[in-house]
Design a protein around this ligand. Structure first.
Ligand SMILES: Cc1cc2nc3c(=O)[nH]c(=O)nc-3n(C[C@H](O)[C@H](O)[C@H](O)COP(=O)(O)OP(=O)(O)OC[C@H]3O[C@@H](n4cnc5c(N)ncnc54)[C@H](O)[C@@H]3O)c2cc1C
Length: 393
């Protein structure tokens, strides 16, 4: 493939940039630039603006409302969102359950859910992990038993780490329907309305002082059988497909570029022996090392997107490379920023509301990003996947 951007690509980039400038509330932009949490209303408002423009579901096929962009256009779109910064369309909706329903859902499920997923009329959460089933997801124990009349599944168990489930209307959930078979063979995907009797969401406050993740308890929750995705006990194939999509979305290269730019700008304001911190060889070397690797990752990501377009398939095992490298570089960039900020970096994200204090979100950002190498499948596990598929031939 030709990795240079064409004239049309540059024009597209300018169009996206213009849209963000005219449509995005500047207060939302500032909050994101300072790595502060957005409200549900702010996220929903932005996604609806994107959806009105036909841009909320970049990777969906045109017949389901996707914009028909090339891989390069999708990349440029995300890059512009990250660098602006502007919110991404909600990943749980657009990159996870949307593609799953397009591939595995019934026509009725597609008709019922896809438009609402795109417009964020329904907010979705991901109910996969459990206290004893994270990396080893197939060990999950949440049970679903078919009712005597065959109309409902009755679901009981506990999920953990559900991102933004406090806002969710629905949760796509993995449950065990056949305890007797091999772990991967007895799993089914159900769509559970969060307002069903028996669903309890409990917050987990993380090291950065934020409430983003939750525990979800399911106590004899009755789920109609038409909310099953795919066949009973065939949820594992769907899960692998979904996780591939989740992983390609985690690289967030534009966000890393922004972290580096902010670190450089901050370093230029820190006096050092000869000039500023930004002039110091050690600092420049660290920034350059991240930038060089980031460029290589950018090319890898473009190649992956191009291959997906050509073979019409979802992401393959190379999504794991992008996940590992993307999160490592974002963490390295946040560390550089932390060093540049020095003592100014320390305070929790939501303690202040003043632009003058913007630097103080830096420590929180650093802590938030520690989790990036864990969610979407930990980096160690991604390396196992790569070793199995690429090195063993
Ligand atoms: C911020 C955040 C958001 C999340 N959001 C969601 C969500 O929305 N929905 C959801 O379902 N889940 C979510 N998760 C859960 C996430 O997917 C799991 O935390 C992750 O898969 C790791 O599982 P675990 O926490 O059980 O750790 P474990 O699996 O217990 O792993 C502990 C450590 O051992 C290592 N390890 C485990 N197995 C191996 C192995 N075979 N080889 C080498 N090393 C290994 C891991 O890399 C890790 O370092 C989220 C997690 C975080 C931190």
């Amino acid at each position: 493939m030709d990795l240079r951007f064409s004239e049309a690509d540059h024009a597209f980039r300018a169009e996206v940039r213009r849209f963000i400038e005219t449509e995005l509330d500047p207060r939302v932009r500032r909050k994101l630039a300072e790595h502060r949490a957005l409200t549900k209303a702010e996220i929903v408002d932005w996604q609806r603006r994107l959806n009105t423009r036909g841009w909320a579901t970049p990777s969906w096929p045109v017949e389901h409302g996707g914009p028909g962009w090339s891989a390069v256009q999708r990349y440029i779109f995300l890059d512009e969102l990250h660098q602006a910064p502007a919110p991404e369309p909600l990943s749980f909706n657009v990159n996870m359950i949307g593609p799953v329903l397009i591939r595995f859902g019934t026509p009725e499920q597609q008709q019922r859910f896809l438009p609402r997923i795109a417009n964020l009329d329904d907010w979705w959460a991901q109910g996969f992990s459990e206290p004893g089933a994270g990396s080893d997801l197939a060990a999950l124990k949440t049970r679903a038993v078919l009712s005597d009349d065959g109309q409902h599944y009755v679901v009981s168990g506990q999920k953990i780490w559900q991102g933004m489930a406090q806002h969710a209307d629905w949760m796509f959930t993995l449950v065990r329907t056949d305890p007797a078979s091999k772990p991967q063979a007895g799993i089914t995907m159900l769509l559970i309305p969060m307002r069903s009797p028996g669903v309890t969401v409990r917050p987990i406050v993380t090291l950065d002082g934020r409430h983003e993740v939750n525990e979800v308890f399911l106590d004899e929750v009755r789920v109609p059988v038409d909310l099953r995705v795919g066949d009973e006990n065939r949820g594992w194939d769907i899960t692998k497909y979904l996780l591939g999509h989740e992983r390609t979305g985690i690289a967030r290269i534009g966000m890393t570029k922004r972290l580096i730019a902010r670190a450089k700008a901050l370093a230029a304001s820190v006096p050092a022996e000869h000039g500023t911190l930004a002039d110091q060889a050690r600092f420049r070397e660290q920034a350059a090392a991240i930038e060089i690797e980031l460029k290589a990752l950018e090319i890898t990501q473009l190649r992956l997107l191009d291959a997906m377009r050509e073979n019409g398939q979802g992401p393959d095992v190379r999504a794991s490379i992008v996940k590992v490298k993307g999160t490592e570089l974002r963490q390295a960039a946040s560390e550089l920023l932390l060093q540049a900020a020095g003592p100014r970096a320390w305070r929790c994200a939501d303690e202040f509301d003043d632009a003058a204090d913007a630097d103080t979100t830096i420590a929180a950002t650093y802590f938030t990003l520690r989790a990036a190498s864990i969610y979407g499948g930990s980096n160690e596990v991604q390396k196992n996947i790569l070793a199995k598929h690429l090195l063993q031939g």
